[in-house]
Design a protein around this ligand. Structure first.
Ligand code: FUB
Length: 450
């Protein structure tokens, strides 16, 4: 069994080491569905342990419901380029898991005394021993990417989903989970056994589902953050307290309900190089089925009084985009009110991403934080399509800012690379405005500077 886990991890490495998800924008992983992101900083990299949504089919999972067979781990040193390190735990290689239950739900991972502990909720085979529904198990590794070796049994005394592990400044570890309410307990030094009774965390909303707890501490304040259905779907809320097990005082909303109608949200919050980030999920690649989700990241800010500012989900995501990369302007910061829309490049393979369709003269897309560095740039290339021929202008920093390029787009029957000299460029980080000037519609996949 252990050999199988090790072997599958090795295969994962082989296949996936070179696989960069490649987009600095949201969603951050474009090679598979990912959900329930547990992001954590180990050393100088961010590791992402999400759930892995797949589609249920006849005889495999429950049709129309969550279907998850395994877990991958991803990592990044810039939050833009993510490496998929492959499968770390898979359902049928964990001794106590009900085979083919496809219920490998939201996980978490933490480092203690040189070992990486990966917590995952799933359905046990022996319901007489572990009860019906979900329980939580642990797999242990010497490296954040595995190989992870599952413990032979789940954690005793825990029934529920969405594990979250937190180690306080005094070294005490806590396990949180949900099952209608949110529960917490101390963990022993070995990280695989409870070391206290199970506490039901108070004083949280009593109506509407609560799940996905995530605890963080900042300046002596313990923030219990969690998705909660206040109205129709989950929004991210938080409560604060001065003890890791509460009581907590409801304090605010971190993120409103999903604008794309994704019923669940699930998150984690990290500080990386002096900036706080919120990892969460929407159903970007699966607009009509919200159990095939995709992880996103946006910046999060605290107010001076310790409260959390509401995070507005963006497509642009975080960080700067090098001017020399293919800049996916469909992950825009802002669009003109009319005459422009974002659509899938290929509805049969949505992971190919999106394009912008400029329907009206003057329609524009704004894309923030493009890094032109110090070297001179002389040309712009754009992957474009216009059935009747058209033109675009590239402006810098303001919609009425300097024109850096006028891109002529010849009429064509398919995608074409349009390349033109820059009229101007300046070093440093700039906001781009791509404006339709030609009289006919034009579609843009990406632009790049050389
Ligand atoms: O991914 C399955 C479940 O959906 C998670 O465990 C919940 O937090 C919700 O995101």
């Amino acid at each position: 069994m252990k050999y199988n886990v090790f072997f599958s991890a090795l295969i994962g490495w082989g296949i996936c080491l070179a696989t960069h998800a490649g987009f600095g924008q949201n969603p951050i992983i474009s090679t598979q569905f990912t959900a329930d992101p547990s992001a954590i900083v180990f050393g100088d990299r961010v590791y992402l342990y999400p759930s892995h949504d797949i589609f249920a089919t006849e005889g495999k999972g429950r049709l129309g419901w969550f279907c998850m067979e395994d877990y991958h781990v991803f990592s990044s040193d810039n939050l833009a380029d993510w490496t998929d390190h492959g499968v770390i735990v898979t359902q049928n290689e964990v001794p106590w898991v009900r085979p083919n239950s496809y219920s490998m739900w939201a996980p978490d991972c933490i480092l203690r005394n040189g070992k990486y502990y990966f917590y995952f909720p799933t359905s046990p085979q022996d319901t007489a021993l572990y009860g019906r529904g979900f329980t939580i198990g642990v797999a242990i590794a010497d490296s954040p990417t595995g190989p992870f070796v599952p413990e032979p049994t789940p954690i005793k005394g825990v029934r529920g989903i969405d594990p979250n592990v937190f180690i306080a400044q005094d070294g005490q570890a806590y396990l949180y989970w949900s099952a209608g309410n949110i529960y917490g307990a101390k963990l022993k030094e070995n990280m695989v056994e409870l070391d206290s009774e199970v506490f039901t965390l108070t004083d949280l909303p009593t109506k509407g589902l609560k799940e996905g707890p995530y605890l963080l501490e900042r300046n002596g304040i313990y923030y219990l953050t969690f998705p909660h259905v206040e109205n129709k779907t989950e929004r991210l809320e938080y409560a604060v307290g001065d003890n890791p097990l509460g009581p907590f005082k409801m304090t605010g909303v971190i993120m409103d309900e999903s604008p794309t109608g994704c019923w669940t949200n699930h998150h984690s919050i990290i500080q990386f190089r002096d900036q706080w980030y919120l990892f969460y999920h929407h159903n970007d690649y699966s607009p009509s089925f919200d159990k095939a989700r995709s992880v996103r990241v946006d910046s999060l800010f605290f107010n001076a009084d310790g409260t959390i500012q509401k995070v507005i989900p963006t497509l642009r995501g975080v960080g700067v985009t090098p001017a020399s990369k293919e800049i996916q302007i469909d992950r825009y910061s802002k669009l003109s009110e009319k005459g422009i829309s974002m659509v899938f490049l290929d509805t049969l393979d949505r992971f190919k991403g999106w394009k912008l369709v400029f329907d009206a003269v003057g329609a524009w897309a704004q894309y923030d934080k493009v890094d032109f560095g110090k070297e001179p740039f002389t040309t712009i290339s754009a992957k474009v399509f216009s059935a009747s021929g058209s033109g675009l202008e590239v402006r810098a920093n303001r919609i009425d800012g300097q024109v850096w390029a006028k891109v002529k787009i010849p009429k064509n029957t398919n995608w074409k690379m349009a390349k033109t000299s820059l009229k101007k460029w300046e070093p440093g980080i700039h906001t781009l405005f791509i404006v339709r000037k030609g009289k006919n519609p034009v579609e843009v996949d990406w632009v790049r500077f050389e």
